[in-house]
Design a protein around this ligand. Structure first.
Ligand code: GRF
Length: 219
């Protein structure tokens, strides 16, 4: 990308679209290095499509019924053009063929600290497992389900009285922050995939970050 040019991001979403909204809100900042080229959904009534329309972004429903769904989806994405595809609550599993068509260009956000609790209901699984800390993860998509190289994570405490709804809301607050941050890092060329891992360059790391959960006041 030449200086001043923005990373063009296509978003895939099936539902509510709050992570899409976080990205839409980020891209209106003049110094944010990415823009949304289109939003694509397998659900005609997805709130995400409505959010895209409101923001003046192409909103495209691709009918999942019938033949060659993913080819039609890829063709729609290629029509608007993109440098990165962000899955944001996209409920279909992308096939290896689709992933191969956009190598190292598809990322996802997941509501747990992967590799713990992949698949659906990451928050419910964390509650059932009794973990003290869970969180969210932005990762590249590979051929597996929620297995790709990790770009960013946020750790979120699980508190004794949490319900699935309360914990989901706490995690979501962090999702809305790390997804736009991850896209910014990609746009700035700071994210390099190295096999199963991701190297971030030029990112300041706070060595003292970390906490004990539950937040016990000891001493
Ligand atoms: C989020 O929890 C995300 O981590 C998961 O699906 C949910 C989507 O929420 N992949 P929204 O549609 O972005 O509000």
């Amino acid at each position: 990308m030449s200086p001043g040019e923005k990373l063009r991001v296509a978003v895939l979403a099936s539902g509510r679209g709050s992570n899409l909204q976080a990205l839409l809100d980020a891209v209106v900042e003049p110094d944010y290095p990415a823009e949304i080229s289109g939003v694509f959904s397998d659900k005609s009534d997805a709130q995400a499509l409505e959010r895209a329309r409101k923001a003046g972004v192409p909103a495209v429903w691709v009918d999942p019924a019938g033949e060659n769904y993913e080819d039609r989806l890829a063709a729609e994405i290629e029509t608007v053009g993109c440098d990165l595809i962000c899955c944001a609550g996209y409920m279909k599993i992308l096939s290896p063929a689709f992933v191969a068509r956009f190598p190292d260009k598809i990322i996802n956000i997941h509501p747990s600290l992967l590799p713990s609790f992949p698949g659906l209901h990451g928050q419910r699984k964390a509650l059932r497992a009794g973990v003290r800390v869970t969180g969210c993860t932005v990762h590249f998509i590979d051929e597996g389900v929620d297995t790709g190289p990790i770009i960013l994570q946020a750790a979120v405490p699980v508190l004794p009285e949490d319900t699935e709804e309360i914990l989901s809301a706490r995690i979501l607050w962090f999702e809305h922050r790390i997804y736009p941050l991850a896209v910014r890092l990609v746009a700035e060329g700071r994210v390099r995939r190295e096999g199963t891992r991701v190297r971030l360059s030029g990112v300041e790391v706070n060595q003292e970050g970390g906490f004990i959960s539950p937040p016990i006041n000891f001493l």
